[in-house]
Design a protein around this ligand. Structure first.
Ligand SMILES: Nc1ncnc2c1ncn2[C@@H]1O[C@H](COP(=O)(O)OP(=O)(O)O)[C@@H](O)[C@H]1O
Ligand SMILES: [Mg+2]
Length: 260
């Protein structure tokens, strides 16, 4: 089995805050993983380690390997790891139309610029993904005039242009209404059935798809539980994680949380 992520003894600071102290984590190809934790646990920081926006402190025993490799050309890495984050949605330029949003995935830019040229294959690939997402009628719509759910789908399409081996999603359904949330979850589940590893970080329990086999609980930068969903998602563990008594309800592989 190939390894997607190998972190050993990684200590990570964001300005003066130590987010991780000697963190160890491995994720293998095909191992769909949800990382669940309260605000400030370090979820977004973990994704930024993977996308190489943040680096661990150099140390003798510190290792961060992605797809088995320590050194990366970020452009090449971005073609193998697709990412959809809140940061991206907030920073994306409002006047870019849907189809161009997807095309910018080929250049990892957040807008389409005059100097960028795209090949016929790139246009065809973008149009195909837009069609797969049922978004063709929105292809000419400016990003800033789309609903949050439509924007999210275009950013996911953008993340898919290179057919990445792994997809990283940060709170995928945050801010979506029920219809948009369910549509988006359906798309995510379909992508998981392809040969693609999904890594999802969230504090929304309801957005963990039934197909996620591994759940990691993260609190204050520490992994407090790691295992199968059934083993990890207990009333007690989730109550401890969020520092509030909760009860979990499970239906069809989805979980909901109510006061305990
Ligand atoms: N840009 C930043 N500068 C300084 N500290 C930050 C920054 N971003 C996040 N942090 C801190 O890092 C910790 C982890 O944050 P984050 O990874 O965003 O958590 P999560 O995504 O789980 O809510 C928090 O204590 C947060 O305050
Ligand atoms: Mg976050």
């Amino acid at each position: 089995m190939t390894n997607i992520l190998h972190i050993q003894n990684a200590t990570v600071y964001r300005e003066r805050t130590m987010v991780f102290k000697e963190l160890c984590l491995d994720i293998d190809h095909g191992q769909h993983t949800a990382i669940l934790g309260p605000n400030g646990a370090g979820k977004t920081t973990l994704l930024k380690l993977l996308s190489r926006e943040i680096y661990p402190m150099p140390g003798q025993n510190a290792v961060l390997r992605i797809f088995g490799q320590e050194h990366w050309n970020v452009w090449e890495l971005r073609s193998r790891l697709g990412m959809v984050s809140q940061d991206l949605q907030q920073s994306y330029l409002d006047n870019v139309v849907g189809r161009d949003v997807v095309l910018t995935g080929f250049r990892s830019s957040i807008g389409r610029y005059a100097h960028q040229h795209f090949s016929m294959e790139e246009f065809q690939r973008a149009d195909q993904i837009i069609m797969d997402m049922n978004c063709t009628d929105l292809a000419r719509k400016p990003f800033g005039t789309m609903s949050t759910g439509q924007q999210r789908r275009f950013l996911l399409a953008r993340a898919l242009v290179h057919d990445p081996q792994a997809l990283l999603l940060d709170e995928p359904t945050a801010g979506l209404d029920i219809q948009a949330c369910f549509q988006y979850l359906e798309i995510i589940r379909a992508l998981m059935r392809q040969d693609r590893t999904m890594i999802l970080v969230t504090h929304h329990i309801h957005e963990i798809p039934p197909e996620m086999d591994r759940v990691i609980l993260l609190k204050n930068g520490r992994i407090v539980a790691d295992g199968t969903k059934k083993a990890v998602m207990t009333d007690e563990a989730v109550s401890d994680l969020f520092d509030v008594p909760v009860r979990l309800l499970e239906t069809g592989g989805f979980y909901q949380v109510v006061p305990g």
